[in-house]
Each structure stands twice: as C-alpha cells, then as structure tokens.
Write a protein that binds this ligand. Sequence first.
Ligand code: R7I
Ligand code: MG
Length: 302
Amino acid sequence: MASIRDRFHGAMAGVVVGDALGFPLEGGRTVPGRYLEETVPGLRRLDYSDDTALTLALAESLLQCDGFDGADMARRFAATWAHALDRGYGSNVAKVFRSVLAGVDWKEAAESQFGGAGSYGNGGAMRVTPVALWAYPDLEETARLAAETATVTHTHPVGVEGAVIQAVAVHYALSDEFQPARLLADLDERIETDGFRAKLGELESCLENGDDDQARRRLGNSVAADGSVMTAIYCFLVGSGFEETIRRALAMGGDTDTIAAMAGALAGARYGLAAIPSDWRRVEGFDQMATLGEMLYRRTDL
Ligand code: R7I
Ligand code: MG
C-alpha cells in the first residue's frame, strides 16, 4: 500500500491529472476513440482548467493564513480568475469575482448569486481536496471547513453539501483501510439535501451493477453539484486503480474535467502518486500540486 505521504501527493496530483485530461473533452457527449492512447500524446499542451486553478488558490490560502480566512480566499480566487480568464470558469461565478475585486464584502458577493438562492454548481466541490488534507485526520473538521470554503462562492445548500461530500470522500480514501461501506454509511447520516439524498440511493444501486451508461443517466454529468459529485464517487468506487478511475470518469462526458478532477483526487488519495501513469504527469501544474500535497502533509502529525 502507498504511504500516507504518497497519498497526500496523489490526492493533489490526481485533481490536476483528471482536470487536464478532461478539459479538452468538456461538454462533449462521448470520448473520441483512443483519446488517451492517441489524442493525448499528440497534444502539445495539457492545460489545467478552473478546477485546478482554484484548488491551488484554496491550498495556498489555507497554508498562508493557517486556516480559513474568507476574505483572503475570496481575494485569491478573484485574482486567480483575473490572471487567466480563459480557464473555463462557470458562467456565473465570474460575477462573484468581479464583485470581490470591486470591493464588495465576500459573503455578500456569494450570497447574491442567482437572485439570492446562491449557486448549486460543483465549483465548491471541485476545489475542496486541500481541505481534507489540511484537516486530516479530523473528519468533522474536514466537513466543517469544506462547507466554509464552499460559501466563498457557493451558498446554495446543494453547492455547499457537494463540497462537504467530496471532502469527506477524500478523507475516507486517505484512510489506511479504506472501506466503501463506511463512506456510504457516513454519507447516509450526513446528507441533508433532497437532491443528494436521492443521488445516494441511485449511487448504491449503480454500484451493484457497475454499468457506466446507467450511472451517467442516473447520477448525472452536469455542472450541478448533485449532478456530478456522486458520479465521481461512483467512478472511484467501481474503478480498481488510478488509471481505470480516470478512464471511467472521462467516459462520463458532460462536465468531464470536473468529474475527472474529483474522481482523480479520490483515486490519488487511495492509490498514491506512484500509481499515476508517467505520461499523464506532463500536465500543467503537476509538480506544483504535488508540492502543495507535501506542504499539507508536513503540517500534520502523521
Ligand atoms: O459552480 P461553478 O464554479 O462552475 C463549475 C463548473 C465546473 O465544471 C467548472 O470547470 C466550470 O466549467 O463550471 O460556477 P457557477 O457559475 O456558480 O455554476 C455553474 C452553473 O450552474 C451556472 O452557470 C448555472 O447554469 C448553474 N446554476 C444555477 N442555475 C440556476 N439557479 C448554479 N446555481 C444555480 C441556481 O441557483
Ligand atoms: Mg468543469
């Protein structure tokens, strides 16, 4: 089994590998034949998208501020967005960043999204991996901090819960003796929104038959948190290694980069950095993400 240190590195690197391999496919319905075997090796660059850009910013904020500081995190997110606008950001989240840069209080900026409903997009979940590492091995701190970091842009209960579920799943994936049943039992106790409650039931039946087409239909492949977080968890739980998890996630279509980024975090946390194929390591930001994994590891007592 990979060491816990290697799994910290793997969780962070898994985000960027899934994200960068999925980015060219985002919104597509199917993966072109031999995508990983032929298309990817021929691509000159494999850039990361907003998923990794904000994961980096979130990790740096936690490390610099020694914990959650909403104003600092909001400023870093907004600066990251402004620095490279073409990384495929969600269509509405840019409004939050513009408001923050214009001096609006960070809480107000996020709360006013969608007429005050807040965003239920998967943006809070896609960037949450460093939270699980930061708080490890404290599970309840992981869940609490995940919710806090989500509210910097996503205040809708589904957007917040998506971040909590993904962080809790990374936490379980990091544990020495990972048992899927323990993760599912935890989620069964923890989930509060109707959307995720329904998806947890679907996840359990999808896991019984392992049919990816059915999983795509029943769990979703959209930018909504409750249309993608359980899909990533499904890919991780049915996949039997890092590579297989990513292949399944890429084949889900739709919000491919985010589903693969979340599934990659889980598979990286479980199988470690050493399990990531070497030709996938040339993605932009790979070393930076692995280094942040090391920095997050060093501040734990493990
Ligand atoms: O959640 P967010 O950061 O976007 C994440 C996804 C990832 O795949 C990224 O890689 C990127 O491609 O987008 O961005 P938001 O703009 O907050 O939410 C994404 C989308 O979800 C919005 O543009 C809306 O279409 C939808 N959405 C909502 N629609 C109606 N009412 C989110 N919340 C609402 C809502 O309350
Ligand atoms: Mg995406």
